[in-house]
Design a protein. Sequence first.
Lengths: 289, 514, 370
Amino acid sequence: MIAFLAQTLRIAMPYLFASAGGVVSERAGLIGLTLEGYMLIAAFCAALGSYFGGNPWLGVLAGIGGGAAAGLLYGLCCIRYRANQVVVGIAINLFAIGITRFLLRLTFGSSSNSPRLPGFIESGTGFSALARNPLVWLGVLALPLVGWMLYRTPFGLRMRAVGEHPAAALSVGVPVHRIRWLAVALSGALAGLGGAYLALDQHQFTDQMTAGRGFIALAATIFGRWDPVRVALACLLFAAAETLQIQLQGAQLVPSQFVEMIPYLLTIIALAGVVARAVPPAALGKVNE
Amino acid sequence: MIRLTSIEKSFGPVRANRGASLDVADGEIHALVGENGAGKSTLMRILSGMFQPDAGRIEVNDRDVTGWHTADAIAAGVGMVHQHFMLVPTLTVTENVTLGAEITRNGQLDRGKAQREVQALVDRTGLVVPVQQRVADLTVGEAQRVEILKTLYRGARVLILDEPTAVLSPPEVKELWRVLRRLRDEGGTIVLITHKLDEVMAISDTITVMRQGETVGRLQTAATSPGEIAKLMVGRDVSLAGSAKRDAGSATTSSSALPAPRSPLPGLEVRDLRVASSRVANVVDGISFSVARGEILGIAGVEGNGQTELIEAIAGLRRVSNGSVLLAGRDVTRATVLERGDLGLSHIPEDRHERGLVLEYTVADNLILGQQQHFTRRAALDSGRIAAHARELIKTYDVRPSDPALPARALSGGNQQKIVIAREMGGARDFRVLLAAQPTRGVDVGAIEFIHAQLREARAAGKAILLVSADLTEVLALSDRIAVMYGGRIVAMVDGATASAEKLGPYMTGAAAA
Amino acid sequence: MKRLKLEEAILPPVVALLVALLVGDVLILSFGQSPAAVYRQLLEGTWGNAYGFGQVLYKATTLTFTGLSVALALRAGLFNIGAESQLAAGGFAAAIVGLALPVGLPALLVLPLYVLAAGLAGAVVGGIPGLLKARFGAHEVITTIMLNFIVLALLNYLISTRFKVHDTLHTAEIKSGALPRLSDFAAPFHGSAANTVLVLALFVAAASWWFLFRTRAGFELRAVGLQPPAAENAGVNVPGTWWRAMALAGMIAGIGGLNYVLGYKHYYEEGFSAGAGFLGIAVALVGRSHPVGVVIAAVLFATLSQGGLAVNALVPKQMVDVLQAVVIISMATAVPEVRRVLREAGSAKREARTAWPPPRSPLPASRFPQ
């Protein structure tokens, strides 16, 4: 049981970080399709930082920087140039795959993976190992901190207003554009932490290592109805299902592919509103004043 | 206290304010009245800093503040409550009021203190709202109070309200008056933009009347009457047009100007119609009328009294909550747009950019919108017939430029409207009933005459025409009978020959109810 | 006015390609190579020899299908991100049908069956998000993305548990109706995957053009995409149009699966779609959602893809992935920006003509006779 919980937490880490970024971005009105790209770019940057710096903390910083930079690119296209967020979002994900592969060849001369990098935990997978990984503590705190920011600070209140009714915010002097820029940068940084966690936890960067985690994080954001507490629970739920499937692999109760589908199915159901329909922030995807 | 002098403001070729002025003293309730398009909202948005004037001067408390922006105005205590609320629905009343000027402690929101302060403001002003409730759950009257609270919270001493009663019920209106009087008695100044004369008489101390972008009169409420105000609002010319209706501004003196003998056969009939909108349950509140063949029934009234929803319901674009619509005797209340079209209903929508045209489509394509099934041969569109159809209509209706392959976006407003009219009146549909909503809005004078002539010809040919227009002159010039709509109801039905602006004005502005 | 529209249509792709060229230069230089040499090798490896050209044609075929799929949905105002799974589902359905058919039937006889199966499978995968949007208002971007994962997982399950040939990730070879490769007609194409499904692609492109611009249904669909309230006023059922457009888009992408399954390997293989669904988005954008543009853009992107392989010795082929993404980003950014710049420049001329303020804005609504 303990092992089960530990593994769930370990799997949930990237989701927790990335969905925190998703909540921030979407609450401010910017669609979070880019989480996958942020994570991948950040994972590579973290690999660079950790490998060449010899220190995982440098990797963390590089990951945050890479993720935030990707977020700012998204912001540039969509806030400054008013490009369509869906198209740019998908393009950034494709860009992330391409550029990380390219740079992987350029820097390490490999098409598949980087050399081994220093991480936080050299061995062990139980709770004691997790507790020694500072990123795990950060990850557990990510969504609660975002929640605190959203509901307890003036900045968070303004951000929520910007994502729901930007004209109203503008009419009382709230700097709408500046808040959107901050949101994408923060979103990129948070998702970047998720990417950094992945690379450092696996002690290397592998091609396309995020493997759709960014989309699961987006699914968690939507399924959790953009509320940090619910989103955190969604992340844990999805991670638990994955853990269950791994541990029961031998028993073949439910095929792994169906377990894989769970987050996506739940999101579709949430959007169709069989139970309480998930209503996104009203100004999501629209940047037009 | 507040003085605007010779304000000029244009939006492109449209001159919204031409030498408008306003003089408001401290501690009074000042009504700014005029018809739609008179320039009242524009002038007040200039005062509140949302727009900057092209020319003229603004003085507040003897200080020249010409060209200031919203933030400056708010800081100086001038706040505006807009017609379309600027409230975030998912946030609470307290959060909406304090947004941008939040109360904090150690960097965090101090919710308790914010709530207490907003509650204190509520108690002090009598603007009762549940401060912890989400704005989305409030009634319209409560939401408006939150808008007022927003300005007061930022220290507004001058409150500008733009058509505040447009969305309120009578008891809520009375409530609003109570609040405004209280604010005035405490030393505040209020400017009320309105077109409703019963309200002006009930609440204001002073009145400024605007017409066509300029100020035409300044009156003391106690010393004037609704009739005098209405006359200033609508203009001296109108009484001429009212009595010599048949040549009102129009050079057409052909026989089509005489009304054709009306057929006893029903064209359009509406019975006890009730329609809901997203904000108001009975925006059309139990309306019944009929339009005979060979008749033009004009609906006069200021916009926002349910005319839009009425037309949409008859056209099949909006659901009816009660009552029925009959076309040539057949009940079409549940029929689709296409079915109504096949039964002979044509519709000139009030917003041609929104509903009337697909601007990216060519003129030829726009000319078959709603009738494309008649140009189809085995699933394919017959481009030859469409082109011939377009050439014919362009010639008959004198659409310029005459190239049918141009995108509709390239044409002027008047020519765009001609496309809509050509399609609805001269197209492939042999129509029996025509809904004409604001048919000459934004159209140049030459095209107006043409359109009016088309309507008269259709009447002579035995069509039933329902005309809705915010332009009273147009309604008076064209209609055989005139119904006045106010508050979702028909408050008057008069014979077109004897109607005049003076007679109708009171009904249009609700003064008859005062 | 026509000139303005042409400029608006052509400038963004040109800008996007220039930006891509610039980025390409940077990437090439970072590997210590000369851009001129690399570009020349790219062209030689694609259009310079028959094998390369054949590969370009092969890839362009799939991209034509996915590009048309996305383009059609865009014309209805919808985003079809699900082309990837629609493509895979179509290919899978065709492979299964192929397994069920008796051996040796002539291709022309069974081709309609394959097309039907692939199209139906794709239509279902496309239609589900369409229905969700029509009935519940669920945004098709998210639902198509989610469904991508679901369908691909489902296909993976079916392959690995039931249909795969031992030790591989593909189904057994189909028994009848395999289509010939181009190399069967023209020897220089030897070794390339180009096949006669290419003809089908061109046919579908022509049919799409005819549908969009010559039929009543296409007329109504485009109206829904451009101005839904006007379409509604013209009697069109807007939600109905949405889900039918998605189903149609899915169908076209599904048929694209035949390129691999019928024309190339003659079986379904896991992962055969290889990102063609997402590239289809780029193709639709650069091709401005017009069937002719889509075909041209498909050839362009296929050239890039194949070119990447051709220059792999000099510069990693992943450079092409980057360039393709850069093209999408530049396109998406250039379209609104070009429009804004061009319209501002031409606005002085047109102000007098189109300045009509709609009633619900702060601008005055009616005019007054003098």
